[in-house]
Design a protein around this ligand. Structure first.
Ligand SMILES: Cc1ncc(COP(=O)(O)O)c(C=O)c1O
Length: 373
């Protein structure tokens, strides 16, 4: 037994919980003595990554003894051409998780307020709290950000606003014209962070293209990632697009070598493989339609998803269904840890994984029906 350390932490982190990720495959295998596991818990890409990225990583291993370039200049230059924006607007991070951290580290002081939806990606709230800031949460309406409500929540202490579009965990998007007026109305002294981690999956024409607005709105920050459609979650690489002066502030607080060589090489190569990403988006949309159809057949509905995951409304405790699925080798996320206790969030997997999920869920529903007689 270790004696606990009596040195107090900063008071801001005293009551913070540790982030609970989707359960790892290895852990579920050990716990339940299973060999076949479908992990549909972390919105990863079931089709892996581009072959070009794999080859780039292998090649880059020759340089593994050397520190990476701290500002990822080649990747930033490539992104700048790819997106048609100035290179100075791009900040590469160790996942977009790090960019969220850098934003709160740089801009949130004790007592500053940050507005966010509830429920949305939990890292916004955690990082605001770490800095001693105050998260101001505005309930979603049917799983969609209530932008009017968020605007009403703006006060004299508001420093930052987070809009996750599409939103994790509900998968919904906010309407184009609604978001546009919101961006116009947010006062320019408030940093407006729009997290577009899943934008590549969106095909709806009612989705606002935010990049053209950067020039006229210096308070706008767009976050993106290579973890989803590019299938590089393990390598940790994301990027932010923002005013060059904001990039300069984030540069001050980042680790010197925050983005590693393998990640940079893989991300650069991924940008050369548009067909891979397009194929993933197409397969994802098809599989999502199939899953929604199967769920509807079972009498279950979902929030309208524009992403690679579905939040399924169960009408019963998500925890119970999560546990019962786990015992059958299917890992999802219980909605109870995501702000919607009567749901589960399931990532869209391969055909085989989706079939395993549907079959396991059907068995759980049948067992429930039998138990009720
Ligand atoms: C909305 C959202 N933002 C950011 C992230 C973090 O992604 P990254 O792997 O780039 O850190 C995630 C990951 O699931 C996410 O869902």
């Amino acid at each position: 037994m270790h004696v606990s350390v009596k040195i107090p932490t900063r008071k801001e982190i005293e009551h913070l919980g540790v982030y609970v990720p989707g359960k790892p495959i290895e852990e579920v295998k050990r716990e339940f003595g299973l060999t076949d596991i479908a992990k549909l818990a972390s919105n990863e890409n079931p089709y892996g990554c581009s072959e070009l990225a794999t080859r780039a990583v292998i090649r880059e291993m020759d340089n593994s003894a050397l520190y990476p370039e701290g500002t990822a200049p080649e990747l930033a230059a490539k992104l700048s051409v790819h997106l048609g924006i100035e290179r100075e607007r791009i900040m590469v991070g160790n996942g977009s998780d790090e960019l969220i951290r850098l934003l709160t580290r740089s801009y949130i002081s004790a007592g500053d307020e940050a507005i966010m939806g509830v429920a949305t990606f939990s890292r916004y709230e955690t990082n605001v709290r770490i800095e001693g800031g105050v998260p101001v949460t505005v309930p979603m309406i049917d799983g969609v950000h209530d932008l009017a409500g968020m605007l009403q929540a703006v006060g004299t202490n508001t420093k930052m606003i987070f809009v996750c579009n599409p939103n994790n965990p509900t998968g919904t998007i906010v309407g184009r014209s609604e978001l546009l007026s919101f961006i116009e109305e947010v006062p320019p002294h408030i940093l407006l962070v729009i997290d577009e981690a899943y934008f590549e999956y969106v095909s709806d024409t009612d989705y606002l293209q935010t990049i053209p607005l950067l020039a006229s709105h210096p308070n706008l920050v767009i976050l993106r990632t290579f973890s989803k459609i590019h299938g590089l979650a393990a390598l940790r690489v994301g990027y932010g697009i923002m005013h060059p002066s904001v990039v300069q502030e984030l540069m001050k607080v980042k680790e010197p070598f925050n983005s590693n060589r393998l990640a940079q090489a893989a991300a650069i190569a991924s940008l050369d493989d548009a067909p891979f990403a397009q194929d993933c988006a197409r397969r994802n949309a098809e599989a999502r339609r199939g899953l929604q159809h199967e769920l509807a057949r079972m009498g279950l509905s979902c929030f309208p998803s524009h992403t690679n995951f579905l939040m399924v409304k169960l009408g019963r405790a998500g925890d119970d269904v999560f546990q019962a699925l786990l015992a059958q080798g299917v890992i999802v996320r219980s909605g109870s840890s995501l702000g919607y206790p009567d749901t589960i969030r399931v990532s869209i997997g391969t055909e085989q994984e989706n079939r395993a999920f549907i079959a396991a869920l059907q068995r759980i529903i049948n067992d429930g029906d039998e138990a009720r007689g």
